[in-house]
Design a binder for this molecule. Sequence first.
Ligand code: FES
Length: 293
Amino acid sequence: MWEYTDKVKEHFFNPRNVGEIENPDGVGEVGSLACGDALKLTFKLDKNGKICDAKFKTFGCASAIATSSVLTEMIKGKTVDEAARVTNRDIADYLGGLPEQKMHCSVMGREALEAAIENYRTGGKKKHELEGNVVCTCFGVTDREIERVIRENNLTTVEDVTNYCKAGGGCGGCRGEIEKIIEKMQADKMKGAPVLVPPKAGKLTNIRKIQLIQQTVNEQIRPALRAHGGNIELIDVEGDKVIVAFRGMCAQCRLTEFTMKDVVEAKLREFVSEQLFVEEDTESAQEPHEHRE
Ligand code: FES
């Protein structure tokens, strides 16, 4: 059972831009049928260098179809440089979120886009090649790709990595290696991470307060929630009131009241200000939608 947003369902049932452009300016092919997902993206530029048409063909689940469909919509009207800045997180956000176990579909979309742009920039000569050393032979995922999904999505567990790029989801033989990559990246991050210093009372400007709240959410709260398939979004700060929305598993969890007070509020009071209190933004909370694939 997967939870899908209305937008995912809409693009799954009515995918846009299905097919292949004749004489495209860029072609990107990623994945393989053996791995269960494959995507071919083609685009065409107008005389001003903007993407005027984009089409896709995909083999995969509802999420793969929906992410490919929105990707073609997202890049139309953009220059190649602008399109190159689209991340897998942008694709998932555009859909109002994806189940954690399906985030690899957004990564496949971003990879296909990069491959198509690379193909365009090399005058159609170059096809996408894997960079780095293959860590997961079941799904052909390299250390460079694993590091990238960890970095761009703040991943903290092997399970997260499997959700985002499939590595580790087959025979499991590479899970130890993935664990080592995560540990190394976390150690590197700790070395370079600025230390959160609780501010002195009365010295906090509004801007500094909001920065500290965001930093605390990113570094102290989100990793713990993500380890359980959940997430949190900072919606607003009104004086001492911090408004947050829970995502993923947390959005349906009956213990969110506990999480909000004993985890979120406690951390914000520890690292930002004793005066802060937290409320959940019920308006932007995702409605649970369920769909059986
Ligand atoms: S080698 Fe990665 S799951 Fe089999």
